[in-house]
Write a protein that binds this ligand. Structure first.
Ligand code: GDP
Length: 325
């Protein structure tokens, strides 16, 4: 399939073409990279904007269960849902936590859903680019909602938040009264905190945890992209499918407000800029790791170690001689 064919098929919502295109963007081969880049350029601005929803939560909080029931609720409304994952641990463990085939069994059989596990790539930068490009492909393929899931290790929340229109944090009820060690930075990224497992014996604990987080959210600095009442914490039960419709209503209300006030477009523009700058940074680093820059760097490092030149002079020489072209 050539790039034009692939493009046309993706725009016609052909799932096989979409899957092949994602495989293409995941490939590390240089010729594939060039094709992927051409494909993405040809799809730029095509199709409509999907709602990109980032979802983070540690293993066991119920992400798969939530995506399964939330996704099924959306497809029942006639929406087309894509699920992608950012899982930087997959390379290390050999098998992806988020790629487990038994997850989201019903949703994976739903013709209006498309689930793509995380690729096994060694570094977050690679996973980030691949996911961002897969998001663009799903958007071109006409999906209404794209869920981007992450287990939240290392910097993966930041990566996901930087490619999402909405960022959701899924938590489980806490036993004690502490805020489960959720880092402030992650709280600050969240638009909606969902305390899951608000059912049975856990219901009371879930309500308490939710109240704690509501309080903590009120203490955060007010962000310009939030209407009154946001960010907010709510309880859900993915298992009993409770609170999911309410969560969706809150999400759409927030999105509508951001669209009307220009925050939606501003966020997408800022994200495009962020990823451009990130790609430049990554490109420069890659160049430094290759010959002849690598050897020059090693040689200059020795000169610096021996006191034959200063660190800043050596760095300047490196930049002038190897990164200027
Ligand atoms: P993930 O690791 O975040 O994807 O979590 P899973 O979706 O695999 O769920 C982990 C465990 O929590 C499983 O045993 C689920 O059945 C359970 N679980 C998920 N959602 C709920 C819920 O809403 N209520 C209860 N009681 N258990 C849940």
């Amino acid at each position: 399939m050539d790039i034009t064919q692939m493009r046309d098929k993706i725009l016609k919502q052909d799932r096989r073409a979409l899957a092949r295109a994602i495989t293409l963007v995941e490939s590390g081969r240089e010729d594939h990279r060039a094709q992927a880049s051409a494909l993405l350029e040809s799809l730029r601005g095509a199709g409509k904007q999907a709602l990109r929803v980032g979802l983070s939560g540690t293993p066991g909080v119920g992400k798969s269960t939530f995506i399964e029931s939330f996704g099924m609720m959306l497809t029942a409304k006639g929406l087309r849902v894509a699920v992608l994952a950012v899982d930087p641990s997959s390379a290390r463990s050999g098998g992806s936590i988020l790629g487990d085939k038994t997850r989201m069994e019903q949703l994976s059989r739903d013709p209006n859903a498309f689930i793509r596990p995380s690729p096994s790539q060694s570094h977050l930068g690679g996973v980030a680019r691949r996911t961002r490009e897969a998001v663009a492909l799903c958007e071109a393929a006409g999906f209404d909602v794209i869920l981007i899931e992450t287990v939240g290790v290392g910097q993966s929340e930041t990566v996901v938040a930087e490619m999402s229109d909405l960022f959701m944090l899924l938590l489980a009820p806490a036993g004690g009264d502490e805020l489960q060690g959720v880092k402030r930075g992650i709280m600050e990224m969240a638009d909606i905190i969902l305390v899951n497992k608000a059912d049975g014996d856990l219901k009371a604990a879930a309500m308490r945890t939710c109240a704690d987080y509501s309080g903590a959210l009120r203490l955060l600095r007010k962000r310009p992209q939030d209407p009154e009442g946001f960010p907010k914490a709510m309880t859900v039960s993915a298992l009993e499918e409770n609170g999911l419709a309410t969560a969706w209503n809150e999400m759409t209300a927030l999105v509508e407000w951001r669209r009307e006030t220009g925050h939606w477009d501003a966020r997408r523009a800022a994200q495009a800029r962020f990823w451009f700058e990130e790609e430049v940074r990554q490109g420069l680093l890659a160049k430094l790791r290759q010959s002849p820059a690598r050897e020059a760097m090693a040689a200059l490092a020795i000169e610096v170690e021996n006191g034959e030149t200063t660190p800043s002079r050596a760095a300047q020489r490196m930049l002038d001689e190897h990164l200027s072209s």
